[in-house]
Design a protein around this ligand. Structure first.
Ligand code: CTP
Length: 395
């Protein structure tokens, strides 16, 4: 069956190049439907797209439908891939903020299918932090972006922001489709246990110690594993995140609770990915009552917690164990020691001092180390993309 591509065209000067994109997709035997915004139609007529795509162009939400289906929902369902090219800052900003006021934004909001944005705009707009934050937010949610080209822009400036060559956009889209096909449901029948977030250790009934873990990496892993068909158990420390209904979620507080939940769930799992940041220590004797100020230095004594991964490592059998190593110095040296000490198959090392690799952000920069000593480093990516790379290790 032919792949169904929805090309979204928004109102930028690069619109005319979208005709070439549609033509090239057709030549690769894809069924292409174009959704245009009203602004895009000021640059290129819908008739041009209609002729090249050999499909009706969709523009108006309120056209009387000639069939019973609700158009934006049926398009959202039938697509294999959405390619928004050129994607203006306006369109990206609207999607990032949940605004759907035309056929294109409404359809993108209504789809669960992959969406590729190909932004094209003036360099200053592209570099604007508001725009970049919108991109980061969408990337973290699993939307894909192609980087614009650098060169002479329509406004006369030279810089980043040009729509890439249509051939490159079509290649990129085909690769994405290939990756999606490869990934589709490749974890069916696998049971994966994932931990996420920090743990908390009580000092007294109203105070505790914890760490900066946001849980975003573990949740991205859980969602990606679920999307790829596996049965997912997610054990999470206190975080403000929610997950898909099909994921079995267990909420814990302390490292001891995390340990109990992990050991219990590990019996019936094929792999454990330990993305949580358990506290290595607990307060030795937490106060039963709220502690009162004494006007003197406060000294707390801590007792070491169990190293959960190391203890699971002792009983892992042929199950797969993946750990994380968040370091601030000597990344590889520390990570390699951990892979040995905890009997892991893989460790995902990241230097948390690097911009874009921290706990709370939506991106990560990882180095994957295997138990055979091989090492592979990756550039900055969204946590969702990182999650898929980690799941590829399991496959
Ligand atoms: N981990 C664990 N139990 C702990 C502490 C950590 O299972 N009590 C897991 C983490 O989830 C992570 C890996 O071990 O997957 C490495 O955690 P990290 O905090 O980087 O290393 P530690 O072993 O705690 O060593 P250190 O804090 O000295 O770097």
């Amino acid at each position: 069956m032919k792949k169904q591509i929805i090309v979204g065209v928004t109102g930028g000067i690069a619109c005319y190049k979208a005709l070439d994109i549609v033509s090239k997709l057709k030549k690769r035997d894809m069924d292409v439907t174009v959704i245009m915004t009203k602004n895009a139609a000021e640059f290129v007529t819908p008739l041009s797209f209609e002729t090249i795509s050999q499909n009706a162009v969709i523009m108006d939400m309120f056209d009387s439908p000639d069939h019973w289906e609700v158009e934006h929902i049926s398009l959202a369902k039938k697509a294999d891939l959405f390619v928004i090219a050129p994607a203006t800052a306006n369109c990206i900003g609207k999607i990032a903020n949940g605004i759907c006021d035309d056929m294109l934004t409404t359809t993108i909001m209504a789809t669960k299918k992959p969406v590729l944005f190909v932004p094209a705009m003036n360099s200053a707009m592209f570099e604007n932090l508001i725009f970049q934050e919108n991109v980061q937010k969408l990337e973290a949610l699993g939307y894909s972006f192609m980087k614009p080209a650098t060169g002479l822009l329509a406004c006369g400036d030279i810089g980043i922001g040009k729509l890439p060559d249509p051939e490159e956009i079509v290649d990129y889209s085909c690769n994405l489709l290939f990756e999606i096909d490869k990934r589709k449901q490749d974890l069916v029948g696998r049971k994966i246990l994932i931990t996420a977030g920090p743990t908390i250790e009580n000092i007294d009934p109203v105070r505790y110690i914890t760490n900066h873990s946001s849980g975003k990496m573990g949740f991205a892993l859980a969602e990606a594993a679920f999307e790829r068909g596996s049965t997912v158990t997610l054990i999470s420390g206190p975080v403000g995140l929610s997950c898909s209904k099909g994921i079995r979620r267990i909420d814990i507080g302390t490292t001891a609770e995390l340990s109990e939940a992990v050991h219990d769930a590990f019996k019936d799992t094929d792999a454990l990915i330990m993305a949580a940041a358990p506290s290595d220590y607990r307060v030795s004797s937490p106060s039963k009552e709220k502690m009162k100020k004494t006007h003197e230095d406060l000294i707390l004594t801590f007792t070491e917690n169990e190293d959960i991964l190391a203890s699971v490592g002792k009983i892992k059998g042929n199950k797969c164990l993946i750990g994380f190593a968040a370091e601030t110095q000597d990344l590889i040296v520390h990570a390699v020691k951990k892979i040995e000490r905890k009997n892991l198959d893989f460790i995902i090392a990241n230097d948390v001092t690097q911009e874009g690799a921290g706990f709370s952000g939506d991106t990560n920069i990882i180095t994957v180390i295997k138990s055979d000593g091989s090492i592979k480093s990756y550039p900055k990516m969204s946590k969702r993309e990182v999650a898929n790379i980690i799941l590829d290790l399991l496959v």
